[in-house]
Write a protein that binds this ligand. Sequence first.
Ligand code: DC
Length: 220
Amino acid sequence: MSSFPVIAIDGPTASGKGTVASLVADKLGFHYLDSGALYRLLALASEIQGIDVKNGPELGLLVPKLLILFKNNQITLNGEDVSEAIRTESIGLRASALAVHPAVRTALVGLQRSFLQAPGLVADGRDMASVIFPDAVLKVFLTATAPARAERRYKQLIAKGISAKLSDLLQDLQERDARDSRRGAAPLVIADGAKVLETSDLSIDQAVKIVLDWYQSIAA
Ligand code: DC
């Protein structure tokens, strides 16, 4: 693996890790990997092709056939803008369901590592520190309580004009937490050496500052 620095930010769904990770990347001028988006892209593509979410081998074979492009906050799949389509709750649940398969996880390793380019990378997901970038210079486990995360997701959806029910969202994310944490292949865990950042009572700016301070203290 190359020697460019990686900051790995793992955590449960709706913990705010995506927002924090992309802002940290902006501040440092680093590349940014939203690994969850790759699982979501596979969820969408396999749904369109009618592949059963339980069929790990076939899902794994679909990965190299996907033409994925991340550009200026836009994500295209086989030439089509799917930035919004991959963010629905149902695609999130499908992504969590197909992420249990070792064949899927293995098929995505190379693609995720290809994001590591000069001058460095901020990677967010579930297994960035434990599996994909075990040599990351900084490992952060970013979390918040389930009710705090459900409320954040509720506010995001309402702000986008999408109707939502707080109790359903809480149930969905607890279901996803349980599956992401209990699966045999690369479960969501606090990696050895990771620093835990509890953000229930922090603003985004505060969380970003803490991560940057941790990084500066290592890079200094
Ligand atoms: O971070 P997210 O909610 O966009 O991720 C969607 C699903 O993808 C998540 O429930 C589990 C899976 N995932 C994973 O297994 N490993 C990752 N590194 C990122 C996401």
